[in-house]
Design a protein. Structure first.
Length: 109
């Protein structure tokens, strides 16, 4: 997985934005944003502001769920059970289209 700096730069370019455009989007000077993309160590509130300006979300993901989240983001079927019981008590499997977040956010502790 790429660094946060690389992800910010990639998203900015995907949106067709220049570093100068971040001045209007997030109220940050071009030089400050340039440092952030290069090697900066931003405060959390700065990172949240930039992420919002780039139509992104910051998220903490439990390590045991990381592979399933990556698979989902890459369009692969995550390795989660998604098994439920029907009215007759038979095991059925929900499809990802019915519940794409199945078990990703559950607490397994």
């Amino acid at each position: 997985m790429s660094s946060i700096h690389e992800q910010l730069k990639k998203q900015r370019k995907a949106l067709g934005l220049k570093q100068e455009d971040m001045i209007l989007r997030v109220g940050m000077a071009r030089q400050q944003y340039q440092r952030l993309e290069a090697k900066g160590n931003p405060r959390l509130n700065t990172l949240e502001l930039v992420a919002k300006g780039l139509k992104m979300e910051l998220m903490l993901i439990p390590q045991e769920k990381l592979r399933a989240v990556r698979d989902l983001l890459e369009g692969k079927s995550p390795a989660v059970s998604g098994v439920t019981l029907d009215a007759k008590g038979a095991a059925t499997r929900k499809s990802l289209s019915d519940d794409p977040w199945q078990e990703l956010l559950e607490d397994n502790s």
